[in-house]
Design a binder for this molecule. Structure first.
Ligand code: PMP
Length: 384
């Protein structure tokens, strides 16, 4: 299936039509961004040097980094006290950096466990210091489909006495749940892994002590991780001289993300995506589109609830990763294969969750969500 554009394929002749990419990440990027990146591979503007070949200390790259930071600040309405960092090592490296920089000896870090990524973040914090689980929605393994169906309500959170910080995962990529309210931590520093819904909607950024997000879902390609932090969350009780230099946030704050060679090309693409987001009307406009896209798919689930079983509880449904099961695994396999044959890729659920997962990030086209909704109706009619 062609997504309505021409001349945008990956083949050397650029004739291969693009298909609908429901991948959970790396995910779909805006076509305009890909085209512009392609045009600058051999020569960035009139420079005669390709974007992957320029020095990270060049004026051209510094302008890219500066504009990216300005646009990010504007989109998220960041305050001057919030630092923006472009790091490498993925969100997984942040699982370690956060406790190494924020959890001093003798203190406790609180984690809200809403999925596999939250569990991984907790496991890394445990290597560094004392932790406490403020809430878990892991559910009962003996009850089919009970695992991580929701995120906790604010009144369910039980904090330790004086946590150094509270860590949450705003969107649970594997299970398809998302916080639709800001976690309430009564003044305790809030740290959030926003990898899979970063920039998909407006947030009250000032409430967060530290936000991190791998770029490869909504913000760009894999290879760069965005970190937004208030310096006052960095604990003074930590002996920074003992931290590996790359694991110390101060290194990157002082070096303006240029302490070592940063991922130049991924940062360049993030910069193009941020421009694209602004052109599209910013995060409120994005949120509206994302709601509409997700509604095409959730509506099909709800209308055919005898056949499709949505995994997430309704008030926790993710607008980014839509997860559902069908009456049998045989049908789920057939669904994935037939959808693939009709130009819809990446619908197989994560191996831990099974079933189907449709990821509809910012750059995913509305037509793709409509097409999947129609396909679901037709598939249920033929197989129900
Ligand atoms: N957190 C979340 C919510 C994720 O979805 C992912 C990756 N899918 C990660 C963390 C890990 O990110 P990375 O692979 O960039 O280390």
């Amino acid at each position: 299936m062609n997504t309505g554009s021409s001349n945008t394929g990956t083949g050397a002749d650029h004739q291969t039509p693009r298909i609908f990419n429901f991948s959970a990440g790396p995910g779909v990027l805006p076509e305009e961004v890909l085209q512009e990146a392609r045009d600058n591979l051999l020569s960035l503007g009139q420079s005669g040097l390709g974007i992957m070949e320029i020095s990270h200390r060049s004026q051209a790259f510094e302008s890219i980094l500066d504009e990216a930071e300005l646009n990010l600040r504007d989109l998220l309405k960041l305050s001057p006290s919030q630092k923006v960092l472009f790091l490498s090592g993925g969100a997984t490296t942040q699982f370690s950096m956060v406790p190494m920089n924020l959890l001093p000896p003798g203190h406790t870090a609180d984690y809200v466990i809403t999925g596999e990524w939250a569990k991984k973040a907790l496991a890394e914090a445990k290597r560094v210091g004392a932790t406490h689980v403020a809430a878990s929605t892991e559910g009962d393994d003996r009850i089919p489909g009970d695992r991580f169906r929701r995120v906790p309500k604010n009144q369910e959170l039980r904090f330790s006495d004086h946590p150094a910080y509270v860590h949450v995962t705003s969107n649970n990529t594997i299970w398809g749940t998302e916080w639709h309210w800001e976690p309430e931590t009564a003044g305790r520093p809030l740290v959030c892994d926003m990898s899979s819904d970063f920039l998909s909607r407006p947030i009250d950024a000032d409430r967060y002590g530290l936000i991190y997000a791998g770029a490869q879902k909504n913000a760009g390609p894999a290879g760069v991780t965005l970190v937004i932090l208030k310096e006052d969350v960095l604990s003074s009780g930590i002996d920074r001289a003992k931290l590996p230099i790359m694991m110390n946030y101060h290194t990157h704050i002082e070096g303006h993300s240029l302490y070592n060679t940063p991922p130049v090309f991924p940062i360049y693409v993030v910069h193009l995506v941020l421009r694209w987001l602004k052109q599209k009307g910013g995060l409120s406009a994005m949120a509206g589109l994302n709601q509409e896209k997700a509604a095409h798919i959730y509506r099909a689930i709800d209308e055919l609830s005898g056949f499709y079983r949505g995994h997430a509880e309704k008030d926790c449904r993710s607008l980014m990763n839509i997860t559902f099961r069908m009456p049998s695994e045989v049908l789920e396999d057939r669904f994935v294969k037939e959808a693939q044959a009709q130009g819809m890729d990446g619908l197989k659920g994560h191996r831990l969750a099974g079933g189907i997962r449709a990821s509809v990030y910012n750059a995913f086209p509305m037509a793709g969500a409509e097409t999947l909704g129609s396909f679901m109706r037709e598939f249920a009619r033929k197989n129900g």
